[in-house]
Write a protein that binds this ligand. Structure first.
Ligand code: 5AD
Ligand code: SF4
Length: 471
């Protein structure tokens, strides 16, 4: 067993990153078997699950959406906040019962949670019915672990920083829009965040490999790619090369794929070159997710975010003025240790000034091993909940205000699938990443269409496909 050590992770030096060809082991041993996968957390995990599905299908498994029909279950976990943990342990309780009736069921727990020493130990001691425990750095080994699976619990969580794997077989969730990893890990070490520990140090993929992947996706008919990384605009800083994120973005746009997106950007690394490239290419979507985290410069300093309130607002205004019709969303944490009412008022002030298109908002959750978890937290939960409620009300009012401006306009929408809002509707996204439920477009899944916007809510738009009269 190889467990991560938080202290070691923080003290690490620049270990050499290796680029490794993915294993893609093929076997028909599990030809008539089914797998069930549940993914928690961010887009990175969603894309990791596409890799896990590739591994399982190469071994012969087929996917089932019903857990009780599965012969193998994978939980791809998230560690970002405590409630993510709770959900996984809750589901493991259900699986324990299922396994009583189905003793051969193979249960695998992977992703960010097992990268935490305490979780890996807990799984070993209290959850012996879990067969395989793997981390974020060794997904590539999952196939081997399953083939080796014995009655004894297998725990393989690497403490090393992780390498870069190329040419993996993915089973992608969509045929029209694809995630493309451009980097792994994060070197920012924001004081509240567990990601640098669970995902390791920053490792960028080589630009040529990324471009090859995008070109292949385009050939396969994909219309959109989203470049993925914890900190995309720090791309390339760890490579011995002269290119950065702006160069990469430009080259991805030049492949001619219809839509290019990227998440997530850090304000610290947001360069003028990047803004110019986004503004200069029609196929780079005018949508930026730019986490604020707090509006108080005092709290930002405690968070290790490397910018002040004024610097964030200046960057925000620059992006708004240079990129036509850009929409900007953000992440905000309330209740960071020592956040006073005045600090929270500063957050509201920034929200009132920036009027974000939307935001993901969170109550601070102490993560074991992070510097912030050592700061005494004196704010009562009730106060944190009130702050979150107030913040959400404000955020939602601005989202609605932005969305209402779309009523009566015609927008290009990439239609992704059937809508939850009624059988006759489909859903898709505008260039600015607004969710639209569209009527009379049932045959347009996988297409870019023009949609006339008829109504707006805080989280979505309604619209009708624009049909041009034939002359
Ligand atoms: N507590 C609450 N929210 C957190 N985030 C990251 N770590 C924590 C934490 N310990 C939020 C940040 C980040 C988003 C993905 O999750 O806002 O941008
Ligand atoms: Fe976490 Fe900060 Fe890195 Fe984002 S930039 S993943 S918040 S450490």
């Amino acid at each position: 067993m190889n467990l991560p050590n938080m202290q070691e992770a923080r003290l690490r030096t620049d270990a050499l990153v290796e680029v490794i060809e993915a294993k893609n082991i093929k076997s028909d041993r599990f030809k008539n078997k089914k797998y069930f996968i549940r993914t928690y957390g961010c887009q990175m995990n969603v894309h990791d699950s596409e890799e896990i599905k590739g591994i399982l299908e190469n071994l012969g498994f087929k996917e089932t959406l019903e857990v009780q029909d599965a012969d193998l279950v994978v939980l791809n976990t998230c560690a970002i906040r405590e409630n993510a943990h709770d959900k996984v342990f809750g589901f493991l309780g259900r699986l324990k019962h299922l396994k009583k009736d189905k003793p051969d069921l193979i249960i695998c727990v992977g992703g960010c949670m097992p990268q935490e020493e305490s979780v890996a130990n807990l799984l070993k001691e209290k959850y012996p019915f879990v067969n395989i425990v793997f981390g974020t750095h060794n997904i590539n080994d999952l196939g081997t672990l399953i083939l080796e699976e014995s009655k004894k619990q297998l725990i393989e969580v690497y403490s090393i920083e992780g390498n870069v794997y190329e040419h993996m077989d993915y089973v992608r969730d969509s045929k029209f829009t694809a995630w493309v990893n451009i980097m792994y890990g994060c070197d920012k070490f924001c004081t509240y965040c567990i990601v640098p520990f669970t995902r390791g140090k920053q490792r960028s993929r080589k630009m040529a490999e990324i471009i090859k992947e995008v070109e292949k996706l385009k050939e396969e008919g994909y219309l959109e790619v989203t470049l993925l990384g914890q900190n995309v605009n720090a791309y390339g800083k760890d490579l011995d090369s002269d290119y950065d994120f702006a160069t990469l973005l430009e080259n991805v746009a030049k492949t001619g794929i219809k839509r290019v997106r990227f998440v997530t950007s850090h304000p610290w690394d947001f360069t003028d070159e990047m803004i110019n490239v986004i503004a200069g290419f029609e196929n780079i979507m005018p949508y930026i997710h730019l986490p604020l985290q707090s509006g108080s410069s005092k709290i930002l300093k405690l968070m290790g975010r490397r910018y002040t309130q004024e610097e964030y607002i200046a960057l925000y205004n620059k992006i708004k003025s240079k990129i036509k019709n850009v929409s900007i969303t953000t992440d905000i944490i309330v209740g960071f240790p020592n956040e006073t009412d005045e600090d929270f008022a500063e957050t509201l002030k920034v929200v009132n000034e920036c009027k974000f298109d939307g935001a993901f908002t969170f109550i601070y959750s102490p993560r074991e091993g992070t510097p912030a978890s050592k700061i005494k937290d004196t704010i009562p939960l009730e106060v944190k909940e009130q702050r979150l409620y107030k913040l959400n009300e404000l955020i939602n009012s601005y989202s609605l205000e932005h969305n209402k401006k779309y009523i009566g306009k015609t927008e290009e929408v990439l239609v992704l699938g059937p809508s939850e809002k009624g059988e006759d509707k489909v859903y898709g996204y505008t260039k600015t990443m607004k969710l639209v439920n569209v009527s009379n477009a049932k045959d347009d899944i996988g297409k870019l269409i023009l949609v006339y916007i008829t109504d707006a809510k805080s989280f979505s738009l309604d619209g009708e496909k624009v049909i041009f009269a034939k002359n």
